[in-house]
Design a protein around this ligand. Structure first.
Ligand code: ZN
Length: 138
């Protein structure tokens, strides 16, 4: 009788822990500046390559603290502007806006657009949040 109740009890405990984690996760990104196209929460892809994985090159100028785990997307190396380094993956990264000092996400999808469609060098970084950046351009 006692034993048959245990699995249910444990499952209940796990559910509480994971909804707590989810609440924390949502709270963390609530204060972020919203991107008009991508929003303000990381886009989880489940892809999480690491520096020491074979055939993986990540931006050497970014510390792991800024990369949001599990948000990587594949890069197309043939489309990147030749630079001192290339990257095989882009991650959603956390950034501070130079102007308003709020936090925002420089999205993996946006990096792919910058470095593969617009031809920006890989050293180019987003210094301003989407709001300040668009205020700058108008
Ligand atoms: Zn800003």
């Amino acid at each position: 009788m006692f034993l048959s109740h245990r699995p249910g009890f444990l499952l209940g405990k796990d559910e509480t822990a994971s909804s707590k984690r989810m609440a924390q996760y949502i709270e963390t990104y609530d204060s972020f500046v919203e991107h008009p196209r991508y929003g303000k929460r990381p886009k989880l892809t489940g892809l999480n390559p690491r520096h020491d994985d074979e055939g993986v090159w990540l931006n050497p100028e970014l510390s792991d603290d800024y990369r949001i785990p599990g948000t990587a997307i594949q890069a197309d190396l043939s489309r990147q502007t030749p630079a001192t380094y290339q990257v095989t993956h882009y991650f959603d990264v956390k950034r501070f806006c130079r102007d308003c000092h709020r936090r925002f996400i420089f999205f993996a999808e946006e990096q792919k657009h910058w470095y593969e469609e617009l031809g920006f060098p890989l050293q180019a970084d987003a210094a301003r949040c989407p709001l300040c950046a668009s205020a700058c351009n108008t």
